[in-house]
Design a protein around this ligand. Sequence first.
Ligand SMILES: [Zn+2]
Length: 214
Amino acid sequence: MKGTFRGLASQVLVVNRNLQAVHVTSARRAFVLLFTDIARALDEAWAAHTFDAWSALTPRPEDPVIGTSRGHLRVPRVLQLVTYDRLPRTTIRLTRRNVFLRDAHTCQYCGRRATPRDLNLDHVHPRSRGGPMSWENVVCSCRVCNLRKGGRTPVEANMRLLRKPVRPRWSPVLALAFAPDRPREWDPFLSSLPGAREFGALWEEPAEPVAESA
Ligand SMILES: [Zn+2]
């Protein structure tokens, strides 16, 4: 049952009838949707499988699996909802995580990139002076800059924002699905989402150095 942990921890991209990404769910939930025939599992060629057909597939070495009484069951990477054809939600919620995503975990004052633990939400116009919690008034900042700015406006503190903060236009499912270690199988479904290009550019790892020709 060793592989079971790996399998249950993996996440599954949920797409609608028209193959548009709408959500990310757990492996456990994915099997419920599959078993109850609310969804079909998509293989690497995007062929849709019912639970029975899917269970008959032999897991490939790279597949996450769960252990069952009948052996190893492959956890799908992508699940297609059978009847759901609504479009993905378009309004992204204003949360700490999403602000950090928008700002690519980069302090909007000094440009330093850091882990969420070392970052703060900064109210550009200070909260103590009525600055609202809004996409236009909160930015990601490092602790040093946050402390330095204190309860002042950027002008008063003689600090400058790297970019004007705005509400992101990218699809919320991008924020859910996007992680450097996401399954490659998700990419075709993510790249067509609103804001994918902008979001991807923000997050793209530096390109692999090209081997120099002799
Ligand atoms: Zn900073």
